[in-house]
Design a protein around this ligand. Structure first.
Ligand SMILES: [Cu+2]
Length: 308
């Protein structure tokens, strides 16, 4: 009886594994088609594209745990269906009086422990990647206020600026110039960082709790008044990456987005020099030029999806 139950459990496990493989393929292909870099898109299912080592690690950890969840759910579902059908009253009029089975009890204790260990190892590796900060090439201080972000570049001469969400008329003006400016995400002064450089972001707040988040970077850090938290990223691709305050902070919580533009070393050096010299108009021109080029690239990519 027990042997037969174990045999059925084994075939159920094989079926669960097959169902899992199909589900993972479905999730992976949907995520590939419907995810985007830097900002959400209509009918998106997957996460925004990962462009930093931490975001890549978060995505693969997510996929692994998701696979385990699907496998366990399918396995339990198949077992329950089997029990319901095989041991229904009409098919099994005299129920077994078995109350204990040492082997099964050991198995259902040890297997979950092993699953937790399998989850724990990459989980701690990911935590270490997030919090063992590599040597920074650039440090930025982000301060959350009700309801905007202020960004300071302490190792670039200490210049700073506020980043406020653009209003509809400002967005229309940028679009007229050929710059991509998504509603509720675009800001007047973007955070500018060089590509392939370790950037530390020191995050704090000036009034209430906020949270500095950029999904494509895998960065999400609480901004706490009187305290400095830190996150880091190394963006692998140029472009603009958006995020939003992710700690409920009052009536305009939804309207204090974060926009980080990743540029080449040369553009960053030019922009930083203009900011240091307080020639804000020149700095703005440099970034607008890059933004027009980036928007052109996005249009080209969108019209040639097969080239991705
Ligand atoms: Cu906030």
């Amino acid at each position: 009886m027990i042997r037969r139950l174990l045999g059925s459990a084994r075939s159920a496990a094989a079926m669960a594994a097959a169902a899992l493989a199909t589900a993972i393929l479905a999730v992976a292909s949907a995520g590939d088609v419907l995810a985007a870099a830097g900002q959400p898109v209509d009918r998106q299912i997957g996460m925004q594209d990962a462009v930093t080592p931490v975001a890549h690690a978060i995505h693969s950890f997510h996929d692994m745990v998701n696979g385990l969840i699907i496998a366990i759910t399918v396995f339990v579902m198949i077992l329950m269906l089997y029990v319901m059908v095989r041991f229904r009253e009409s098919a099994n009029p005299t129920p077994s009086k078995t109350a204990h089975n040492t082997m099964i009890e050991i198995a259902w204790t040890v297997i979950p422990i092993m699953i937790l260990v399998v989850i724990a190892v990459p989980s701690f590796r990911l935590l270490n990647l997030q919090y063992a900060y590599p040597k920074p090439d650039l440090t930025i201080k982000a301060t959350g206020y009700q309801w905007y972000w202020s960004h300071e570049y302490p190792d670039q001469g200490g210049f700073s600026f506020d980043s406020l969400m653009l209003q509809p008329d400002e967005i229309a003006a940028l679009k007229a110039k050929g710059i991509n400016a998504p509603r509720n995400l675009a800001v007047d002064n973007e955070v500018i960082v060089p590509v392939n450089k370790n950037v530390h972001v020191l995050v704090t707040a000036g009034d209430v709790l906020h949270n500095w988040t950029v999904p494509s970077f895998g960065s999400k850090t609480d901004a706490v008044p009187g305290r400095i938290n830190a996150t880091w990223f190394r963006a692998e691709k140029t472009g603009v990456y958006y995020g939003q305050c992710s700690e409920l902070c009052g009536k305009d919580h939804a309207f204090m987005p974060i926009a980080v533009r990743v540029v080449t070393d040369q553009v960053f050096a030019d922009w930083s020099a203009a900011m240091k010299a307080k020639v804000k108009k020149r700095a703005k021109q440099i970034i607008e030029q890059v933004a027009i080029e980036d928007a052109g690239k996005q249009v080209a990519n969108a019209s040639a999806p097969a080239a991705r």
